[in-house]
Design a binder for this molecule. Structure first.
Ligand SMILES: *[C@@H]1O[C@H](CO)[C@@H](O)[C@H](O)[C@H]1NC(C)=O
Ligand SMILES: *[C@@H]1O[C@H](CO)[C@@H](O)[C@H](O)[C@H]1NC(C)=O
Ligand SMILES: *[C@@H]1O[C@H](CO)[C@@H](O)[C@H](O)[C@H]1NC(C)=O
Ligand SMILES: *[C@@H]1O[C@H](CO)[C@@H](O)[C@H](O)[C@H]1NC(C)=O
Length: 347
């Protein structure tokens, strides 16, 4: 019974130290709602270890990966950065049709890192609804969830990332509704998310809404640059398009029985080149700085006020293997790790 002889001073010290450690862990677990998307579609990108060091230096505490990559996951170990890990869209069929495939996916990509990386969420695919792959999304989510539970990692939420093409109606935000062709798919996914208390991952791009509808949308509404109310929707008042789009998805979720489902913004951003005077460095810098300060604050959206909004900026780097044009110009950094423009992540 050695414990008997531990002097009280030491006991106090040990208790105090573990209390402080718990406090620190808690603080780092709560830190920041803003992350970045780390895409790898470039043949000139820096090694993952340098990229993760850069994120730490920038105080960026969250990252989204489109697919597992051993080098990136190894670099993330022990970093304290929370990770949304996606599956390749090409894997959805196998993940959905074969639970043992989902188990081996979790075995290979999550279990080796489960002690050293905080997985915020596993995302079954990206922007496949609507498409031929849409029918595999819910089965893949179900099998990934089963596989996680089987190894006591059931606390990691499983979701999918959708674009706002899932909306048939998006204006005004209260009329937001899923489009007819995805309505039943989204209703089943909504039930799964509600039952498992998982968020829906939504890619929200005021940029695209604006360029497809410049007659009805002003640049300042799209860029969070309006101090006036632009859209009144019943009692709710909108000064920016980001909130209006996000609330349209909340309305659609409500209509599908998912009033309790939270939205995580898995992508948002603005290109800095290749579309005239819309995709400029100054507009991209304005959008992303306003985005970070808006989602970090406590305003939330008019429909879900009073809470910060977990959001992942798209993207860290300009990626030269994406389709030519604006798609290659969403990065905060050039591949040589020089900033395209500065965004303040320390709010
Ligand atoms: C990161 O956060 C620390 C502590 O809050 C601060 O001192 C530092 O300036 C921040 N770094 C950057 C690059 O913003
Ligand atoms: C979607 O399904 C719901 C019932 O789940 C129905 O009330 C609604 O009208 C449908 N919407 C469309 C656009 O088909
Ligand atoms: C943003 O708002 C300011 C102040 O109203 C204005 O001077 C500026 O031109 C606006 N910029 C854009 C890109 O809308
Ligand atoms: C990094 O790349 C950008 C874009 O190609 C270039 O403008 C810049 O000069 C480069 N910076 C350094 C330090 O090489």
């Amino acid at each position: 019974m050695v414990e008997k002889f531990v002097p009280m001073g030491w006991l106090f010290y040990i208790l105090a130290a573990s209390f402080l450690l718990m406090l620190q862990l808690n603080i780092s677990a709560e830190a920041g709602v803003v992350g970045v998307n780390y895409g790898l579609l470039g043949n000139n990108l820096p090694p993952p270890s340098k990229v993760i060091a850069l994120l730490k230096f920038r105080n960026i505490t969250r990252v989204r990966l489109f697919a597992p990559n051993d080098d990136v996951l190894k670099a993330l170990e022990g970093s304290g950065i929370a990770v949304i890990l996606g599956t390749l869209n090409e894997d959805l069929l196998n993940l959905g049709s074969d639970v043992s495939y989902a188990m081996s996916w979790i075995n290979k990509n999550v279990i080796p890192y489960s002690e050293t990386i905080r997985f915020r969420c596993i995302s079954a695919g990206n922007e496949v609804i609507p498409s031929d792959l849409a029918i595999h999304v819910l089965p893949a989510m179900t099998n990934l969830n089963t596989a996680l539970r089987a190894v006591n990692l059931g606390k990691i939420p499983v979701s999918t990332a959708v674009s706002t093409t899932i909306l048939g109606t998006s204006y005004p935000p209260s009329k937001g509704e899923f489009a007819e062709d995805v309505n039943s798919t989204m209703a089943s996914i909504t039930s799964f998310l509600a039952a498992n208390k998982s968020p829906l991952l939504v890619n929200v791009y005021p940029y695209f809404a604006y360029i497809y509808n410049p007659q009805n949308i002003t640049p300042s509404y799209a860029l969070f640059n309006s101090s006036e109310v632009v859209v009144r929707d019943g009692r709710l008042e909108y000064k920016n398009l980001f909130d209006a789009i996000t609330d349209a998805v909340y309305s659609a979720l409500e209509k599908a029985g998912g009033a309790s489902v939270k939205i995580v913004i898995s992508e948002s951003g603005w290109p800095s080149n290749e579309n005239g005077d819309i995709a400029t460095i100054s507009n991209a810098q304005l959008y992303n700085n306003n985005l970070v300060s808006h989602v970090s604050g406590e305003s939330g959206t008019p429909k879900r006020p009073g809470k910060s909004i977990e959001t992942y900026v798209f993207a860290i780097f300009n990626e030269n293997l994406k389709p030519p044009g604006t798609e290659q110009n969403f990065g905060l950094y050039y591949p040589n790790m020089t900033e395209v423009y500065h965004v303040n992540f320390t709010q």
